[in-house]
Ligand binder design. Structure first.
Ligand code: ATP
Length: 364
């Protein structure tokens, strides 16, 4: 085991150089990914970026075409060679429409995968999981008697019952309404952490990924753009796609002068970009701190409110920002609570630079 010497434990799952095509379409491009023991990793990305294909390769539902896949240090798939079938991989699968067996009760569904154990032990294991997921009262019900959310909980319990080393979850909460989804996410995370199962979870919802994940792998066009903790991706995004994926963002262009880019809301550091080059400045709406300005009008035109809307927990303001150098930009600001300055109200804008990102301009 020399090659793994620095690690005390093997990764639950490794994928190295995985590449997958469907006819002429490349669905997965040269992906390296690791899920450590007990870790929840979310595959996040827009529709069609290859998340499900990658998960199916890990599950053994797709035959590996290129690369290498290991589970707990053991090779389970090599191209044109070894292919351990899904049922032999000791992985728990919970997909979007995880069909329960309609003619079996909830209890029978959950104990289904626990072959070779005494009946009492199987029931006890199933009951404990059903309890943790708030479904113990339905042990004798049939799937058609349950709501969609309840069925998903049972599917999750069924996948967890054999104590798989790795859970593979594909959009397991997507068919639930918003309120139920929050609760089931909570319960699922709680159970995963309690049983110490590693998990790879597919979602296209950034907030779900940030809530569930220890680490997120953000995908685009078949490849992984950035892997890191939710905080790393949100606060240190490696490119404009990563910034934009986590929500609406204001985009400005400017020239790098004296290591900075001037914007109508103030200077932004850009010292690592070549002097004189064009930069793309991305400003999250929450980076704009707005205060009302009641002093007499100064010489230059002042920033003002174009529109303000209360959205509940926050207000959205459209601002026409005027720089001291005469530059102008239309920006969206998101401010907490009820803050509804009138249309035309003059405002001062303070920039929270931790939510401002600068990249070389794609237009240059
Ligand atoms: P979504 O969030 O919409 O499910 P995804 O990120 O999971 O998308 P995949 O389902 O992995 O993406 O699909 C990646 C690409 O591969 C898509 O362009 C899809 O159309 C294509 N694809 C997936 N499965 C097949 C298949 N069996 N045959 C042909 N093309 C496929």
């Amino acid at each position: 085991e020399v090659e793994h010497a620095p690690y005390r434990q093997h990764a639950a799952l490794t994928m190295e150089g995985v590449h997958h095509t469907f006819d002429s379409l490349t669905a997965v491009r040269d992906v390296d990914l690791e899920v450590r023991p007990g870790e929840v990793v979310c595959l996040l990305g827009p529709s069609g970026c290859g998340k499900t294909t990658l998960l199916r390769i890990a599950a053994g539902l797709e035959v590996l075409q290129q690369g290498r896949v290991t589970l707990n240090g053991g090779e389970i798939a090599v191209p044109r060679g070894k292919h351990v079938p899904p049922e032999k991989r000791n992985v728990g699968l919970a997909f979007q429409d995880s069909a329960l067996f309609p003619h079996l009760t909830v209890m029978e569904n959950v104990t289904f995968g626990l072959k070779g154990q005494p009946q009492a032990q199987r029931r006890q294991r199933a009951l404990s999981l059903l309890e943790q997921l708030g479904m113990a009262a339905y042990a004798d019900s049939y799937p058609h008697m349950l709501s969609g959310g309840q069925q998903q909980r049972v599917a999750l319990a069924r996948a967890l019952a054999p104590s798989p080393q790795l859970m593979l979850l594909d959009e397991p909460f997507s068919s639930l309404d918003a309120r139920l989804r929050d609760r089931i996410r909570d319960d699922t995370l709680h159970v995963l952490k309690k049983v110490g199962a590693a998990a790879l979870l597919v979602t296209h919802d950034p907030e779900e990924a940030m809530f569930m994940a220890d680490r997120i792998a953000l995908m685009r066009d078949g490849h992984v753009v950035q892997v890191g903790t939710p905080r790393e991706l949100y606060c240190a995004p490696c490119d404009p796609f990563v910034v934009a994926f986590f929500g609406e963002v204001n985009e400005l262009q400017g020239e790098v002068r004296n290591g900075r880019v001037m914007t109508p809301v103030g200077p932004v550091e850009a010292g690592w970009l070549p002097e004189g080059s064009q930069a793309q400045v991305m400003i999250r709406p929450e980076a704009l701190r707005i205060t009302e300005h009641f002093e007499p009008a100064p010489e230059h035109r002042h920033s003002h409110v174009v529109m303000s809307k209360l959205l509940g927990r926050s207000s959205l303001l459209h601002i026409c920002a005027h720089g001291e150098d005469g530059s102008e930009a239309h920006l969206h600001a998101r401010v907490p609570g009820v803050f509804l300055p009138a249309e035309g109200q003059r405002v001062d804008i303070h920039l929270d630079l931790s939510q401002v990102f600068v990249f070389p301009s794609a237009l240059a």
